[in-house]
Design a protein around this ligand. Structure first.
Ligand code: IPE
Ligand code: IPE
Ligand code: MG
Length: 243
């Protein structure tokens, strides 16, 4: 019923449990998760998805044991360094959403390198959400809108869906069509609260390191068979599809 999703958003969850099930430290799960991320990025690009947004680190993840947090920072740095060339070769535009300024300097610098290097590419956009929180994003948007109103750059009447979107961190208005969360939990964990309003949600108990290209294809097939009604009746949607 639906075409291919243009924008896919993914909560890559279950790395820790994947490792624990194997008697390994949680860090091995994160390490294994990088491989799954590479697979999914490549498969989305191959399938012709326009945009992929992945949740790599939430603003709440700082609350984890210090050792795990610093391992994750190191892993981001290493993975970015090792992946940037192949992302670039695949014509992928890499962007970051979230409060990057709290990251270690060397990681911020690498983020800059990846962003700059791939900026002019014309293929799939990969948004990596790091130190991202949906509520922080909205608070930030509300503050900036308020300041622009106070400065006379904006009138209150101009505030609508499109304008609010432009003040978020995903500014181009391409809302996720399909959301996937691995790891078995059925919650949003503060991810893209504004942009997921009408997104189709798919939850799978597969742990992130085990998530494969074929499971991504399954989720895309599942999406294709759903009717998106956006508040209308099924008949209205059928009729407008026919005309
Ligand atoms: C997701 O896996 C990765 C990050 C949050 C960085 P988890 O580390 O949350 O794995 P589980 O949920 O504990 O299994
Ligand atoms: C969400 O997973 C964040 C990422 C996958 C980066 P969490 O594992 O942090 O979510 P909760 O704590 O189970 O809600
Ligand atoms: Mg988790």
């Amino acid at each position: 019923m639906n075409a291919l999703p243009k924008h896919v958003a993914v909560i890559m969850d279950g790395n820790g449990r994947w490792a624990q099930q194997r008697g390994l430290p949680r860090s091995s799960g994160h390490q294994a998760g990088v491989k799954a991320t590479r697979t999914v990025v490549e498969q989305c690009a191959r399938r012709g998805i326009n945009m992929l947004t992945v949740y790599a680190f939430s603003s709440e993840n700082w609350g984890r044991p210090r050792k795990e947090v610093s391992f994750l920072m190191e892993l981001f740095l290493r993975s970015l360094r090792s992946e940037v060339d192949s992302l670039h070769k695949n014509n992928i535009v890499v962007r970051f959403i979230g409060q990057i300024e709290s990251f270690p300097e060397n990681l911020q610098a690498q983020i800059q390198v990846a962003t700059e290097k791939t900026r002019a590419n014309t293929g799939m956009v990969l948004n990596i959400a790091v130190n991202y929180g949906g509520r922080s994003e909205m608070i930030n948007a509300i503050k900036n809108i308020s300041e622009d109103v106070r400065a006379g750059k904006l009138s209150v009447d101009q505030i609508d869906d499109d304008l609010v979107t432009r003040y978020t961190w995903l500014t181009d208005g391409l809302e996720p069509d399909l959301f996937i969360r691995t790891g078995g939990d059925q919650r949003l964990s503060n991810f893209l609260l504004w942009h997921l309003a009408y997104t189709e949600l798919v939850f799978t108990s597969t742990l992130w390191p085990d998530f494969s290209a074929s499971e991504l294809d399954e989720a895309i097939d599942n999406f294709a068979n759903r009717q998106r009604r956006f508040g209308q009746t099924g008949e209205q949607v059928d009729n407008s599809a026919q005309s």
